[in-house]
Write a protein that binds this ligand. Structure first.
Ligand code: SF4
Length: 352
């Protein structure tokens, strides 16, 4: 679809959409005071995470790290603990790296310009557009999955939304129709996508302020849009998790610096399903005893699923490569939710 045709078709939506947004926008903690730091933190948290799940994390994060200076100086363990349960921990690490650059190069303030924002660690085109428009009123679109869904339905456009040239066309088209309040307009599109033009199940077209301009609604086929390539099936990884105890402490182990949960602390494990005999053989030299099987658990990441078996056991010689923590240290460690089942067992065990 040509950009000019898109612009013409979308040109009627800003007025009714803004009117609807101003009456119907959800009250969210980062909306009441859209200062750049708050918009940045909330947008990073909202990547891959639902609004309701983000709210308490956002409040806690802002209370602990109220500004760029505090974020740049935070200890990594504290940062990851604040992020614990949100997943995609590289987001938190990137926040800190970007905060350090902001301190060194921008006087501790997020820049206004989209082009500068997009160079910061962890800030892509969408987040840069959101910060520039919402916090600074800059005339730049912010295009996320919600916006692409709404736009492709409005246009009945079946182009692949994962392709960069199409995203650029959408960017230029939306830029051409941005009203005086670009931040509100961008949020109105996102809000429509999140609450009316829904991602799963039938959109609520009867409540949509722009239904009369929507080609998919007029053709009664909104679920045909957006078009994206089929996802590859997730890889299944079988793992055995070790709840290994030694003198009232339990073993933790750091994940490799690359790959799933890079650099995070978790329970030691092995990429295979081990039997009790396999465990005895593996830990023979460490004086293994009292082996008990723990419940199985499953964790789904975007590209891989962990299917886990767990064993609880004691050793008389602690493996040196692991970190040994008591209950208090374990409570303070940021343990990703992939290990939730085993983490709860470990906390109970150390209470005894
Ligand atoms: Fe989405 Fe329906 Fe509105 Fe079209 S009319 S934008 S399909 S909610």
């Amino acid at each position: 679809m040509k950009t000019q045709a898109m612009i013409t078709m979308l040109s009627s939506i800003p007025t009714p959409l803004l009117e609807w947004y101003r009456k119907n926008a959800r009250t969210l903690p980062w909306r009441s005071n859209p200062q750049p730091y708050y918009v940045w933190i909330s947008e990073i948290m909202l990547q891959q995470t639902r609004v309701e799940a983000v709210k308490p994390y956002f409040e806690r994060f802002i209370q602990s790290l109220p500004d760029v200076q505090a974020l740049a100086a935070v200890d990594e363990e504290v940062l990851l603990k604040l992020w614990e349960g949100l997943g995609y921990y590289s987001r938190a690490r990137n926040l800190k790296k970007a905060a350090q650059v902001l301190l060194q190069e921008y006087g501790g303030v997020l820049p206004k310009e989209y082009e500068a924002l997009v160079t910061l660690q962890g800030i892509g085109p969408y987040t840069a557009g959101a910060i520039a428009s919402i916090a600074y009123g800059q005339a730049v679109p912010a295009i996320d999955g919600n916006v692409l869904r709404v736009v492709t339905r409005l246009l009945a456009c079946d182009e692949d939304i994962t392709k960069t040239p199409f995203r650029q066309e959408v960017f230029h088209s939306l830029q051409a129709i941005l009203p005086d309040s670009p931040g509100d307009f961008n949020q109105s599109l996102m809000e429509l996508g999140a609450t009316v033009c829904l991602p799963n199940g039938m959109p609520l077209c009867g409540e949509c302020p722009v239904a009369q301009y929507c080609q998919a609604y007029l053709h009664k086929n909104p679920l045909d849009y957006p078009t994206k390539p089929k996802k590859k099936a997730r890889r299944i990884e079988k793992r055995t998790v070790f709840l290994c105890l030694y003198q009232g402490k339990i073993a933790l182990c750091r994940r490799p610096e690359k790959g799933v949960l890079a650099g995070m602390w978790g329970y030691p494990d092995r990429e295979e399903t081990l039997s009790v005999e396999g465990m005895e053989e593996l830990f023979e030299t460490y004086g293994i005893s009292g082996i008990k099987k723990s419940p199985g658990a499953k964790h789904i990441f975007s590209h891989v699923e962990w299917h886990m078996t767990g064993y609880l056991f004691h050793v008389t010689t602690p493996p040196k490569a692991w970190r040994w923590v008591d209950r208090e240290e374990l409570t303070q460690a940021a343990i990703p939710s992939a290990w939730r089942t085993y983490h709860e067992i470990a906390l109970d065990l150390l209470r005894m």
